[in-house]
Design a protein around this ligand. Sequence first.
Ligand code: 13P
Ligand code: SF4
Length: 350
Amino acid sequence: NLTDKEYDERIRRAKDQLGTDLVIMGHHYQRDDVIRYADFTGDSLELARIAARQEQAKAIIFCGVHFMAESADILTRDDQVVILPDMKAGCSMADMADIDELEEAWEVIQEDLGDTVIPVTYVNSTAAIKAFVGRHGGTTCTSSNAKGVLDWAFSRKKRILFLPDQHLGRNTAYAMGVPLEEMAVWNQVDGEWEDVKGPMEDLRVLLWKGHCSVHTKFTVDQIKRLRERDPETKVIVHPECTFDVVQASDLDGSTSFIIKTIENAPAGSKWAVGTEVNLVQRLAETHPEQHIQLLSQTMCPCLTMNRIDRPHLLWTLESLAEGHVVNQVSVDPETTKWSKTALDRMLSIV
Ligand code: 13P
Ligand code: SF4
């Protein structure tokens, strides 16, 4: 076990040694003791754009989760390597959409609804899912650009299959004016439709039955209790929260939207924030002039994001400095081709 000072010295030494050959990226949900070493920080859309712009770096160490590192690999050149400090840093939501299940669902959808559906996947999905979407004329989205992407998709087809996050899909489509009656959920485990409220022909948004185990922990009861305690506190949540929570909140939006809203708020503003705890704590520390608290009274860390820690970062850095690439995330060429089609479409739409 190293001391804080030893970690800091060794991480900085290895980083200095690698110079411009290396870029470290960090998602906003990363721990403080990791994100402080990132050359770039951002939400998933910003990090995808930044990865696509890296000309000089030979290696990217991605402090985030597996699907984000895959996207970075897809968007960078073949001679650039992408490293995930801990391969166990997955995303439970991304794991809820399996390519075989999607192929089966697509057959049912074609039978039930014909060629009227365009697939759109949240970037929180595997490269194989992104490739499927790319091959079938669809695209990806993030929570920052979901509305623009759904507008684009509706200009192509009558219906959208949105995966894996039913909540982001439902919340975004509803905010665009699609009533709940025109949405249904595809239960990929049982292979059947759920929540069908009217005739199938009326359906416009088909939601995959996936969710984020962190954001679905926020509840309407928490909002009610908070408003009883302090009616002046504004509630701001991520759109991966459930429909009822988003409807009960004052504002909802992506990680970057939450950060920008709080950064631009006047001193004395009061916020209860429904998103990952590392980000909320950092916002509270960097804005002591405001009152910022987590919406829930209990902690809600994204456990997989938190797997990226200093020992793993140091190990990947020192290995790289010694000439060994460890924990490389590499997407095969065929999957890269089609998932890049999907990601490039997104980057050109918004
Ligand atoms: P953002 O798109 O807001 O970065 O969110 C990514 C994520 O995993 C949220 O849970
Ligand atoms: Fe996945 Fe949720 Fe963690 Fe985001 S917060 S990486 S969606 S499990």
